[in-house]
Write a protein that binds this ligand. Structure first.
Ligand code: DX5
Ligand code: ZN
Length: 218
């Protein structure tokens, strides 16, 4: 069994005090900081970019897990790594035939790499890159906004990925993102996910430490 890691998404943080928000995640026992980068083209929302990663790098030692919801990610991945990203994930739907090359750019720049699939994208869309992936991110909502409802059908893909990893001796983490809360944490983990992203479930909780513990232990 792979170690369970909790990755709160700063999409749900108060952007006017991002430094304090990230410090509070550190104090609450988060394992990673999930940074949702949106360009207003790949998804219907705009968040932040390279400069945010660069500035967060100076104030936290937690790994920065950068989820790029942008078109043509190959143009930017090296700059995200240079800014301090530890993990960079890119969407199969955005990279298309460039997926493998984009993952290699991330790796060569010195970070961990991963492919992301939307709820309606099959595992077969990323099968060629699984051997070189450090992480696979399965979206359990359509990306763009926090606070959406979890789509349970995606768990079938999590199971498929976990058995592919076991059969082939691949070592990637399986991350799940969207609508994750203490109430579905157990089922996503038993399907085989070991990195749980949670925006609202952490930031809207009265006690962040307790929320992170519940996600980890439930
Ligand atoms: C959705 C983002 C998620 C989102 C998760 O586009 O990729 O990381 O912030 O937020 P919750 O946990 O509120 O669904
Ligand atoms: Zn995300």
């Amino acid at each position: 069994m792979k170690e369970i890691k909790i990755a709160p998404s700063i999409l749900s943080a108060d952007f006017s005090k991002m430094g304090e928000e990230v410090k509070s995640l550190e104090e609450s026992g988060a394992d990673l900081v999930h940074c949702d980068v949106m360009d207003g083209v790949f998804v219907n929302n705009i968040t932040f970019g390279i400069k945010m990663v660069e500035d967060l790098r100076k104030i936290t030692s937690l790994p920065l897990d950068c989820h790029l919801m942008i078109v043509e990610p190959q143009k930017y991945v090296e700059r995200f790594v240079k800014a301090g990203a530890d993990i960079v994930t890119v969407h199969a739907e955005a990279c298309k035939e460039r997926l493998k090359d984009t993952l290699m750019l991330i790796k060569d720049a010195g970070a961990k790499c991963g492919a992301v699939i939307n709820p309606d994208t099959p595992v077969s869309a990323i099968s060629k890159v699984l051997p070189l992936s450090d992480m696979v991110l399965v979206m359990s909502v359509f990306p763009g906004f926090g606070g959406q409802k979890f789509i349970p059908e995606v768990l079938e893909k999590v199971r498929e990925l976990r058995s592919l990893a076991e059969e082939n001796g691949w070592n990637f983490d399986i991350e799940i993102d969207g609508g994750i809360s203490p109430s579905n944490a157990a089922e996503v983990k038993s399907a085989g996910a070991n990195v749980l992203v949670a925006g609202s479930a952490v930031f809207k909780a009265p006690d962040r430490r307790q929320a992170i513990e519940a996600l980890r232990k439930n």
